[in-house]
Design a protein. Structure first.
Length: 657
């Protein structure tokens, strides 16, 4: 299968880097960065010539495989004195306790991998923008901006979608789309174990750090989806690791490239990367000024050029269409950009973000014995807000309006909290300040300060949302090595082992009860048809979508126009687009092409840009929910053509040419 080509390239790169530096885990990170760079390079170059397709990607990845194999051959001539141990050789010397914990991690990875490969993409963001941009890029053979009803498809950073795009083009389906996050989960566990090592952890503590990372509820839920929170987390923990490596061991060309590329790939994946990376970047610059004052400008210029090389095309596309390199139009900024900066509102955001991880009682399954603390916490937070003089639902700092509540137990990848891990972080932070062994350790306190600073920046600049727990994923992953290092000094080996087993045990429900992709529920990913699973979180639109596409295809029509923006919608009522593509692919082998019409947003100007003017639809699927003023119109006009109303089932109507 052609989809295996990137996987083969990744494996060859890992073994190549291992041969040149004799560190298995670092070889994985280095190979991941090279893959990230190549995915970006191929996506942008082939798009420039409108040649992004199966042939070009096949040849490109074959080329990578050939080059990597050749380099393997050239570096494989070691004498007995310089022989490296086998890649898997050291695993045989593990102690029983370590083997048990690694087996637990492997079990989590295996179960999540089965979910990722079995279930289709089906979360909200996948249906509204992650997967939509992929299929439009495939249709246009380019990652250039295109006319769409939902602008986040265009302005949001695209790297995770680039990676999905490659797999989808090579495989011809979305079967492998969820694996990008799954791979980044594995990479993140490897990275945090290396960060723990840089912070002074022994082997047991490094394994404990990986256990902490693997058992975060939000991490478990996210890693089988096409969200991008674990992707950006992986690039960020790579950035953190290389920052620590440089600060402790000095800078050279490979490390400069790695730290710059990881920063660039993080910002090319998700905008929150700027908040979390900034404190570590400042730390790195301060170190460079102190140690390389004479060539600081050369180092900074090189880093900036690498970062820009990865991001410049996306910046230019956004600037051309939206007048800003980040791109978000004002109507979308109101959802996340805070409207007032003051100490009371900052304190409000800080408290409310922390409240997303307070339901420890239900997290441990103790609610039959202990009353959950969420109700008390909610009252206390509201009392504090009264003292601050701000509303707990202040519209200037809250989205959606009137949405604040202390979060309870959740198996939803958008809202799940991490109470047990939050408790471990608080405990480790307290012990760090109390234990004499840490009081003179500048590295551990600098690391802690950088993590906390990133969180404070997030609270300062972004409106509070009930979905912010997923934005906290990087924090929980990056706190894992800190927790492991501190607790390993405070607890005995036996207690630390028991705590790791407890994490595996208490986090296992999130493996099996994922709200979007359950594996033990009455209706689960194994007994539910794949097509139905696309609608797991919005089942009431399944029949209208399926019937609308079937009706159009029964007319032998495969050029479909969408009109999804004529009726106003909010961020919580966005019409789903991707299921149309999935149903069309499922129902027919004929190539279905889809374009948007009747657009009111800034992407409407792209309707006049090639190749869109050449598109001639034979049917229009329009979003016309109940009570819409357009619901009873007999005709639809687009491209100087008239389409007649022929079919309707709320919220959809089909017009035929």
């Amino acid at each position: 299968m052609l989809v295996m080509l990137p996987a083969i390239a990744l494996i060859l790169l890992i073994f190549l880097f291992y041969k040149t530096q004799n560190c298995r885990r670092k070889a994985v990170l280095d190979a991941g960065l090279v893959m990230g760079f190549l995915v970006t390079l191929f996506s942008e170059i082939f798009s420039f010539f409108h040649g992004l397709g199966k042939l070009s990607l096949t040849l490109a990845w074959l080329g990578v495989i050939v080059v990597a194999a050749y380099c393997q051959f050239k570096t494989s001539r070691y004498t007995n004195e310089t022989r490296r141990p086998g890649f898997f050789e050291k695993f045989s010397s593990l102690k029983p306790a370590d083997s048990i914990l690694l087996s637990g991690i492997a079990f989590f990875i295996g179960v999540i991998g089965i979910i990722a490969i079995t279930a289709p993409p089906n979360n909200w963001d996948s249906m509204t923008y992650h997967m939509n941009r992929v299929v439009h890029w495939m249709q246009n053979h380019s990652v250039e901006h295109y006319p769409t009803y939902y602008l986040p498809q265009l302005f949001h950073p695209p790297w995770s979608s680039f990676a999905i795009l490659h797999l989808q083009i090579l495989s011809g389906s979305d079967r492998f789309a969820n694996l990008i996050q799954w791979l980044c989960m594995i990479g993140s566990m490897i990275a945090v174990s290396l960060i723990a090592k840089q912070l002074g952890a022994n082997q047991k503590s490094q394994i404990f750090a990986a256990v902490c990372c693997a058992t975060i509820p939000m991490a478990i839920l996210q890693s089988s989806s096409t969200q991008n929170d674990f992707v950006v987390t992986f690039w960020l923990v790579c950035f953190v690791f290389y920052t620590l490596l440089i600060v402790q061991s000095g800078i050279n060309t490979p490390r400069l490239w790695a730290v710059s590329a990881s920063f660039g790939l993080a910002t090319l994946t998700k905008t929150t990367a700027y908040f979390y990376a900034l404190p570590f970047a400042v730390w790195l610059v301060v170190w460079a000024v102190q140690n390389h004052r004479s060539k600081i400008w050369k180092l900074l210029l090189t880093a900036i050029l690498i970062i820009l090389a990865l991001n410049v095309n996306h910046y230019l596309r956004n600037f051309e269409l939206f007048g800003s390199i980040l791109g978000a139009p004002a109507e979308y900024q109101k959802e996340y950009k805070i409207e007032v900066l003051s100490l009371p509102t900052f304190a409000s955001n800080l408290l409310r973000n922390l409240s997303l991880h307070l339901d420890i009682v239900r997290n441990l399954g103790l609610q039959p014995l202990i009353t959950p603390i969420t109700g008390i916490a909610d009252k206390l937070i509201r009392i504090i807000h009264t003292g601050l003089g701000v509303s707990v639902n202040d519209p200037r700092t809250t989205w959606p309006p009137n949405s604040f509540a202390v979060a309870g137990l959740s198996f939803d990848e958008n809202t799940a909290g991490n109470p047990l891990h939050f408790l471990l972080i608080l405990t480790a932070t307290f012990l760090c300040f109390q234990m004499k062994v840490w009081q003179k350790n500048k590295l551990i306190f600098a690391y802690l300060a950088a993590l906390i600073s990133g969180f404070l920046i997030l609270c300062l600049l972004l409106k509070w949302q009930p979905y912010h727990s997923r934005h906290h994923l990087f924090l929980f992953v990056s706190f894992s090595p800190f927790v492991a290092v501190v607790l390993s000094k405070a607890l005995s080996k036996q207690v630390l082992f028991a705590l790791a087993l407890g994490l595996l045990l208490f986090s296992s429900p999130w493996l099996f009860l994922n709200k979007s992709r359950p594996i033990i529920a009455a209706s689960n990913i194994f007994n539910t048809p794949r097509l139905e699973q696309y609608f797991a979180t919005r089942p009431w639109v399944k029949e209208p979508y399926i019937q609308a596409v079937q009706f159009v295809q029964n007319q032998s029509c495969y050029n479909i126009g969408f009109s999804l923006e004529e009726t106003s919608f909010t961020s919580t009522t966005v019409p789903w687009e991707y299921p149309f593509w999935a149903i069309a692919r499922e129902n027919s082998q004929n190539l279905t092409k889809i374009e948007h019409f009747k657009l009111k947003n800034s992407s409407a100007v792209l309707l006049e840009k090639s190749p869109h003017p050449q598109f001639q639809p034979c049917a229009i699927i329009a979003f016309e929910p109940e009570n819409s003023p357009l619901q009873n119109r007999p005709t639809f006009t687009a491209k100087k053509m008239t389409f007649q109303r022929k079919w309707s089932l709320s919220p959809l109507t089909v017009y035929l040419k």
